[in-house]
Design a protein. Structure first.
Length: 221
């Protein structure tokens, strides 16, 4: 098995089940044009997030990590007319690109993009959204994942779903002695989730055009 094969399968699945979407294609191209890292979720994952939000009947969504807004748009498209999505982005350059993409998608009115380090903007989000969010998607700097999960619990309610991306990293999650902070934080995250009585959780491995990875899901009880 190889990354090239995973990419070919992604292309097949996208063509077979999702089809062409010029707007989302343009969002991905905006990453390249702006020199942003090529770390957006793949189309099949974006559609997965969209379906999860629709199955939940989510009216409020929090995303930690915006980049160019590709996953944000997938999520926002699942919202009802009175829905709201808050997305947090630390890099001002990324935020500029994302806002342009939100306007292009006709979704700017649904999305509240807050600039700054998430650990600094989350307290304000908590004040403004005391009722919590129906769906929380964590896809930001990995060393902070345990902190983000703790905040996600504060910003949730029974029935909320928390999805945390990039928890496998080519199998490096199995390295207990890794000196990489992003690996150690992921291992701490699993311990934190496993010992949290307020959630029921699982994790799945994935392979796609970006390689071997996976995500964790926690349902708030």
């Amino acid at each position: 098995m190889s990354k090239e094969l995973y990419a070919a399968i992604d292309t097949f699945l996208t063509a077979s089940l999702i089809g062409s979407d010029p707007l989302l294609d343009a969002v991905r191209e905006s990453c390249v044009e702006a020199g942003l890292p090529a770390i957006s979720v793949v189309p099949t994952y974006g559609k997965f997030l969209n379906l999860m939000a629709r199955m939940l009947g989510a009216r409020t969504i929090l995303e930690i990590g915006t980049l160019a807004g590709y996953s944000t748009i997938w999520l926002a498209r699942a919202l009802p007319a009175n829905g709201r999505l808050v997305t947090l982005e630390a890099d001002p350059k990324h935020a500029v690109v994302a806002r342009t993409n939100f306007r292009r998608a006709g979704l700017a009115g649904f999305i509240d993009l807050r600039e700054g380090l998430a650990v600094e903007t989350l307290p304000g989000v908590a004040v403004d959204h005391a009722a919590g969010f129906d769906l929380i998607f964590i896809d930001a700097d990995k060393p902070s994942n345990p902190t983000y999960f703790t905040w996600a619990l504060k910003l949730s309610h029974p029935g909320s779903l928390i999805i945390i991306d990039n928890v496998i990293r080519d199998g490096r999650i199995l390295e207990p002695n890794s000196i990489d902070p992003s690996i150690q934080s992921r291992r701490q995250l699993f311990t934190l989730v496993a010992n949290e009585p307020r959630v029921s959780a699982t994790a799945l491995q994935t392979v796609d055009a970006k390689g071997h990875d996976g995500f964790a899901m926690a349902l708030v009880l």
